[in-house]
Design a protein around this ligand. Structure first.
Ligand code: SAH
Length: 235
């Protein structure tokens, strides 16, 4: 069964964009996943085809209308559609590799991309949208966020990555950031490849990589480090 993505957007021309090339593009061409970009404006009913209006209570900017968005969502995901409905949003739960992995084992996703100040709250509640953030910064629209999410999901779909194990040994999968990498040349501007990596001793190499991963996680991500130590305790 292939992973089916439907993206609701005011800019369908932004899709598949970068997802048409490389791993994701090949996987799409071979039917591992599919992508449909739906133009939200097609579900507007007034003669100006408006999708947004001024915010209740006043203030700057515009808000996407609940009625137009509801029609677009109901068209894209009729009753009984098993796919989760996501709203890209800086107020959402931050996206994690764990959530990405869950999505990749599911039937697909319906992804709503916000624009302007965001979307009417009643729509979020009425269609039980899961708000997902890709980080603590503000984009001008949900489209780049949807591309990020899909990129992360698609690379985990069966058969997409050549070397299956590289999917499970990466940053976040073990709760740690990844160890550093080296390749030829052996000497680069005076810098040598760490001796242990040339030793051929797989146990020592694994120990070195784990120690490096722990060091970099401790230095850069106290939050991940604390969670990792907590998990180690309960093992
Ligand atoms: N007024 C909003 C920001 C709107 S940005 C606020 O202060 O919270 C416009 C749209 O861009 C949002 O509706 C959302 O779809 C998208 N977007 C912006 N930043 C994002 C982020 N960090 N993660 C996911 N989507 C984001």
């Amino acid at each position: 069964m292939s992973f089916r993505a439907t993206v609701l957007t005011l800019y369908p021309e932004m899709f598949p964009g970068p997802l048409a090339v490389s791993l994701a593009g090949r996987a799409k061409a071979s039917g591992t996943w599919s992508l449909e970009a739906v133009q939200i404006r097609d579900f507007a009913t007034d003669k100006h085809r408006s999708v947004d209006d001024t915010p209740a209570g006043g203030g700057a900017g515009m808000v996407m209308r609940a009625d137009v968005l509801a029609r677009a969502i109901d068209h894209a995901a009729p009753e009984g559609d098993p796919r989760p409905k996501l709203l890209m949003s800086p107020r959402g739960i931050p996206l994690t590799q764990a959530r990405v992995r869950q999505l990749a084992t599911g039937p697909g996703a319906v992804i709503l991309c916000g624009r302007f100040e965001g979307v009417d709250q009643r729509l979020i509640e009425a269609r039980a949208l899961e708000e997902v953030s890709i980080g603590d910064y503000v984009l001008s629209g949900g489209e780049p966020a949807a591309l990020v999410l899909l990129d992360a999901v698609v690379r985990l779909l069966p058969g997409v990555m050549g070397n299956e194990s590289s999917g499970t040994e990466e940053s976040f999968e073990s709760g740690l950031l990844e160890h550093p990498h080296y390749t030829r040349p052996q000497n680069f501007e005076g810098g040598e490849i760490p001796e242990v990596l040339l030793s051929g001793n797989h146990r020592r190499i694994a120990e070195w990589r784990l120690a490096e991963a722990e060091k970099i996680t401790r230095e850069r991500r106290p939050d991940l480090w604390a969670a990792y130590q907590e998990a180690a305790k309960s093992k």
